[in-house]
Design a protein around this ligand. Structure first.
Ligand SMILES: Cc1cc2nc3c(=O)[nH]c(=O)nc-3n(C[C@H](O)[C@H](O)[C@H](O)COP(=O)(O)OP(=O)(O)OC[C@H]3O[C@@H](n4cnc5c(N)ncnc54)[C@H](O)[C@@H]3O)c2cc1C
Length: 490
């Protein structure tokens, strides 16, 4: 009899867990994957895909509104919010089904249920109808993700339908099916992607990626949007020049962005909030208030304490092999302190290899981070300020899309590419883009950084004309003062 029932148990089937399960199976492992919600996790069901699908409709609407700029005539341009959300639900369903299909085709056994670790090699899976199955495995990979975060603003603890909106994904699914999600005045991202109508007035607390994307989308759909951010800039972690450019464009589109401003009280019944800033205090009335202040790792009820798993604040502590302090247990994705789907996926592949006896390290060079507003934002590596603070002799190159033929041809000639490099070896340290298709363009620089190529290699790579990617090449040329389409002072 085999020592264990299976080789690997993965708890969680999000963009960390399902690739981990599939990769472990590709490598010949016998694998079980458990999730209390559908396959696909936060990313497919409540995060990346629902938001980008809604934004896909919004971007098409914006294009249609600007039809005259292309010489086109179009009348009655508008939208049916129910149809926008139905399209979103259909795409989510298709992708969630696709993940279930892939797990199945790779021979992974999927259990719809809640997993609990009851020993270094044992997991108990409890299905919705209360059936409990104990499974043993050589290795366990924890991929239980995250949930929206609370912050202690007075008034948020009022209770009832408005006050207790922080659920895990399985509970969110139940409430959505019962029609009780999104009914109150307080939203998290879960309610915002499940809305039945566009709120007249939307207050957004937090101007990081999630808050900014919803502000962009709901503003374009007609909400009167006000954003509150306690830090001094929109997108606090993004290069200030890039964030400043997006801030200008979003303000022009009608969003009120209140940076350096703290929301100090919320009255969910009266639908009013109070804020304070150096410029003065004030009140705002809203129909919905979206709490977008971040997410926290979700490890509730997982049995971590019982097996002695070490934590790093609320996240599971892991080494560069994605291993916890318990040698048979790995942790990946948001549960291990991440916050990006694509990073969770690579961590899943690394954990799968190591769970089956490998020794693959997680390489964190050149991770892209993207914001799907219009125009898009995409960044990788160090900002100019971070590079200076790290002691580099920094050389920066820029190129604006307004000078680029392809950007003019598609009527999307706003924004810029900024490349940060160091003078001595020409090493590329980072890239920061706000502009059309920024989220696709960034990967050219990610590959360059991964291969440790120099600024010369990037600028001498022949780029097709006319393309948006030429802006990356010209920004690299600008580092050396050799951008052909830039006029330099003599
Ligand atoms: C609105 C929004 C937009 C986003 N947009 C992007 C984006 O554009 N790009 C990007 O890279 N990231 C985006 N993210 C972040 C991204 O969704 C997460 O980083 C990613 O989903 C993390 O993957 P994961 O596999 O670690 O966890 P999750 O996707 O959260 O999956 C964890 C799974 O574990 C399950 N689970 C938890 N506990 C148990 C248990 N005990 N037993 C069984 N199952 C359990 C949950 O049901 C869930 O399905 C967005 C997030 C939000 C909220």
């Amino acid at each position: 009899m085999a020592e264990f029932d299976v080789d690997v148990i993965v708890i969680g089937a999000g963009p960390g867990g399902y690739p981990a399960a599939i990769h472990a199976a590709q490598l010949g492992g016998k694998v079980v994957c458990i999730d209390a919600d559908n396959t696909g996790g936060t990313c497919l069901n409540w995060g990346c895909i629902p938001t980008k699908t809604i934004i896909g409709s919004v971007a098409a609407l914006e294009q249609a509104k600007h039809a005259a700029d292309f010489g086109l005539t179009m009348s009655n341009v508008g939208f049916d919010f129910g149809a926008v959300m139905a399209r979103k639900d259909k795409i989510v369903k298709q992708l969630v089904g696709g993940v279930a299909f892939l797990l199945n085709k790779n021979g992974v056994r999927f259990i719809l249920g809640r997993g609990k670790i009851v020993g270094p090699n044992t997991v108990e899976a409890t299905t919705e109808d209360g059936k409990v199955e104990k499974i043993t495995a050589k290795s366990i990979i924890i991929a239980t993700g995250s949930v929206p975060m609370h912050i202690p603003i007075p008034g948020l603890d009022q209770g009832g339908a408005d006050g207790d909106v922080w659920f895990d994904n399985a509970e969110v699914k139940k409430r959505k099916a019962a029609g009780t999600l999104s009914n109150g005045a307080l939203w998290t991202s879960n309610e915002a992607v499940s809305a039945k109508e566009v709120p007249g007035r939307l207050a957004v607390i937090g101007a990081a990626v999630v808050g900014t994307e919803f502000a962009y989308a709901y503003n374009a759909l007609g909400s009167d949007v006000t954003m509150f951010e306690v830090m001094p800039q929109l997108l606090p972690t993004i290069d200030s020049e890039i964030a400043g450019e997006l801030s200008k464009l979003l303000t022009k589109s009608g969003i009120k962005i209140m940076t350096g401003t703290k929301v100090v009280a919320i009255d969910l019944k009266a639908k009013k909030l109070k804020y304070t800033s150096e410029k003065g205090d004030g009140e705002l009335e809203f129909d919905k208030v979206l709490m977008a202040v971040g997410r926290r790792p979700f490890t509730d009820g997982l049995g971590l304490e019982e097996v002695g798993i070490a934590m790093n604040k609320r996240a599971i502590a892991v080494d560069e092999y994605m291993r916890t302090n318990v040698p048979s247990i790995y942790a990946i994705g948001d549960a291990a302190g991440g916050g990006l789907a694509h990073v969770a996926t690579r961590e899943g592949e690394v954990a799968a290899e190591n769970a089956l006896g490998g020794s693959t390290k997680m390489d964190r060079r050149a991770i892209p981070a993207c914001i799907y507003t219009e125009p898009e934002v995409a960044v990788t590596g160090l900002t100019e300020q971070q590079a200076k603070d790290a002691g580099y002799d920094v050389k920066v190159g820029r190129f604006t899309f307004k000078a680029l033929g392809k950007a003019l041809a598609i009527n999307e000639n706003v924004g810029l590419v900024k490349i940060v490099s160091e003078a001595r070896y020409g090493e590329i340290l980072g890239a920061h883009i706000v502009g059309p298709h920024a989220t696709d363009l960034i990967h050219e620089v990610c590959v360059s950084m991964k291969l440790e190529s120099t600024i010369e290699e990037l600028m001498h790579t022949i780029h097709a004309h006319p393309t948006l990617a030429e802006a990356v090449m010209e920004a690299a040329q600008d580092v050396k003062g050799h951008s052909i389409h830039t006029v330099y002072k003599k």
